[in-house]
Each structure stands twice: as structure tokens, then as C-alpha cells.
Design a binder for this molecule. Sequence first.
Ligand SMILES: Cc1cc2nc3c(=O)[nH]c(=O)nc-3n(C[C@H](O)[C@H](O)[C@H](O)COP(=O)(O)O)c2cc1C
Length: 328
Amino acid sequence: MVIHTAFCELLGVEHPIVLGGMAGGHTSAPLAAAVSEAGGLGGMGITGLSAGQVRESIAAIRAATDKPFLVNFLLFLTAEDAFAAALEEAPPVLSFAWPRRDQELGPYFERAHQAGAKVMFMAGEVDEVQRGAEAGADVIVAQGTEGGGHVGWMASLPLLPMVVDAVNPLPVLAAGGIADGRGLAAALALGAQGVLLGTRFLATEESPLHGNFKAAILESDGHDTLLSEIPDLASGLVWPGGMARARRNVFIERWAGREWELRAQQARAARELAEAREAGDADNATLYTGQDAGLINDLPPAGEVVRRMVEEAAQLLESGLPSLVRRQ
Ligand SMILES: Cc1cc2nc3c(=O)[nH]c(=O)nc-3n(C[C@H](O)[C@H](O)[C@H](O)COP(=O)(O)O)c2cc1C
């Protein structure tokens, strides 16, 4: 069973399901390769890696799969030497998100195209995706506020069709809050050509996340996330116009409403966060998770996630939804 869209055609993949390139050790070559091998588009976040690590990461994905994959850059943090190294390796797809408002996108996209890569651009506002489309992106990702990590304010349900209309005829992927075949079918109904997932793939066998963090995703009912500046204030990284959705754990509760104090204690907070992360302390580390954590109850292989989503969405599109339509 396959669900074939213009996105699949453009990128040469079997299924319109993408693993978002999540930086900071949230994705890895084995996870990216597992998604690509299952017919989706695997991805790896390489922001913050050195030029040498970028080369090694792309080589590691290539060693594990000969299918298409993406590597992702957070534009406001992109170092020239790491970007140049990625271009030399010529990955099939380069995906970008979070530019500074005054950062020119055209030069990045042109260099990616010259290297033979397709360009994906993700944002959570209509103005921002239009900026990406005008700069020459091949695929636009509309990211709703339900998602894990850094997100904007708009929810997927209204945002997605607005973005589809705004960048028509470019293919659009839906991101944020999608974890199963129902989400895929809904996104297709709203005009998307596929979906991009973060949180769902964090809770898989191949995910590089600490076991305690995976367990926290399974435990979450999805109602326990908070969109705040707290993770960024603690890490000392000023994000261009976004906030972060993370699990409302002990760390978040400690600082919520006391951001002024967190600013004063930033160095200590950053140290404690790093220690908690290293120790797999799910109460005191930042756990970037989307509201869709409430839909995630197991730790399957990543390829199984792709297969299940396709099966479930295909059933809905083929018989479940058409059976509702009556001609009277
Ligand atoms: C832990 C984590 C790290 C992320 N890092 C990045 C990143 O480096 N670059 C990026 O474009 N998006 C990043 N994202 C956002 C994802 O690409 C995607 O938009 C989001 O996870 C979709 O929502 P979902 O988590 O509900 O699937 C990250 C998301 C998470 C959960």
C-alpha cells in the first residue's frame, strides 16, 4: 500500500512521511536511515555540528541507506564552514527553519540547488512561508503550534490550508501534532502533500533519546506541555521569534512565572540542565515534546511507524471517509 502525492514524485520517496531533522542529538544517522529505508524521508538535524561531524553524519546515513534523506539547518545558528561541508556532501534534500527576520534566504537556497539538493523550508506563519517560497524553496512545511520544540502561535488546523493557498502550487507538508494515520489523512484533506513528524519518531527503537526521555513521552497524556521561553532563557540562546514547547516537568514548573529570576541564574540553570540531560533525568532536563505525545503509547521501530501510518491513512481515505458520503 502506498499513498502517492506530488511530494513523493518530487523527492523520489514512496510515502509522504518525513522525519524532521532535529538538532541537539535528537536525531541520528540510524534513525534517519530507518525512516528512509521504510519509504519515508529520513532526516537529521546537523545544526551545531562541526564541518567534520557534518561530513561524517551524511556519510553515515549514506552507508545505511541509498534512499533519499534530508539534513536540517536552523538558519540563525548556521555556521558557514558546516554549511559548506554539507553542500560538498550533496545530500538529496536540505531543509531549513528559523532564519532571523533580516537574514536573506536566497543565497542559502541557491547554493543548495547548485549542489543538486532540493530545498525544504519550515515556518509557522503565512508571511514567513511566503518568504521561503519567494526565495525558491521546493517544498514548504507549515508548522503548527501543537508540535514539539520551537514553534509559533498558529494551530495546524487553520494554518495549513492558509499556507497551501498562499504558496500554491508548491507542495506543502503539515507538521505539528501528527502522530498517526488519522493525522496524515487529515493533513491530506486540508491540502497538504504529506506530513513531517518530530515527537512520534523520538519514541522509537532507533531514536537516540535516553530511555527515560522516551518513557516520559509514553507516559505523557499530551495535556502536559507548555509553550514558553524557559528552555531558551536557561540555555542562553535567543531564538528569533519563537518559543519552545516542552513537557511541563519539574524544571519548567520551577521557573514558570519566575523568568526574571531565571535570567539572573542562567549560568547555573544551563549547567543543571546539561547534567540532567546527561543523567537521563526526565524531571529536570528540557523534554521537547508535542501535544501528540498523548497519541504515543509504544516504542516501535521507526519503519513500523511509517508502515502503520500509511495503512491507517489509506484505510480512512479508501473506505472510511468515502462511506460517509451519500447522494440523495
Ligand atoms: C526535540 C526536538 C528538536 C527539534 N529540532 C529541530 C531542528 O533542529 N530543526 C527544525 O527544523 N525543527 C526542529 N524541530 C521541529 C520539528 O522539525 C517538527 O516541526 C516538530 O517536531 C513537529 O511537531 P511534532 O513534534 O508534534 O511532530 C524539533 C522538534 C523537537 C521535538
